[in-house]
Design a protein around this ligand. Structure first.
Ligand code: SME
Length: 163
């Protein structure tokens, strides 16, 4: 049975992972696992990465490493969902009650609140870290800081070497 964790101890665990992971992909998978297991209100944790920024296709967010139930939303266009809103504005989006947000794309009937934080590489959005909770208003300032820190580490890791 996992014990509730402080965001400080989880932050340290994730920073350790950054040193041990052999690839950006492995870092993202392990980060999703740690956030999912250690933060008890983080019931779905996953990455969406932006594809199609070059070439003729409109850009789309593609599901990357995740922990939790499979989602029907494996590809999300930038004009859809809370995920699309965060990627297209480059800003963190927190929704305390997803049932009241018309942008929301349902992943699970149990989801009540959501945070989506963009991942930047050299100032450009390349993807995002998306977390759903079964609890309303699960993402306070401390959570925002933790998730933004985690997304920042992924951006740094991707800057060193692509996935
Ligand atoms: N709820 C997201 C879709 C992704 S699932 O939550 C995993 C959205 O509204 O964009």
């Amino acid at each position: 049975m996992p014990t509730p964790s402080s965001s400080g101890s989880v932050r340290k665990e994730v920073e350790t992972l950054l040193k041990t992971a052999k690839s950006a992909q492995e870092f993202m998978s392990e980060m999703a696992r740690v956030l999912h297991v250690r933060m008890l209100k983080y019931n779905w944790v996953g990455f969406y990465m932006l594809e199609g920024q070059t070439g003729g296709q409109p850009p789309v967010l593609v599901l990357g490493p995740f922990e939790g139930a499979m989602t029907p939303h494996t590809r999300i266009p930038l004009h859809q969902g809370i995920c699309g809103a965060a990627a297209s504005t480059g800003k963190t989006v927190i929704v305390d009650d997803v049932s009241k947000d018309p942008r929301y794309l349902a992943c699970s009937l149990e989801t009540k609140s959501e945070i989506v934080v963009p991942v930047f590489v050299r100032g450009k959005v390349v993807g995002e870290l998306d977390i759903d909770s079964h609890f309303p208003a699960a993402f306070a300032q401390e959570d925002r800081e933790l998730v933004e820190h985690c997304a920042g580490l992924v951006g740094k890791r991707l800057e060193q070497a692509p996935a």
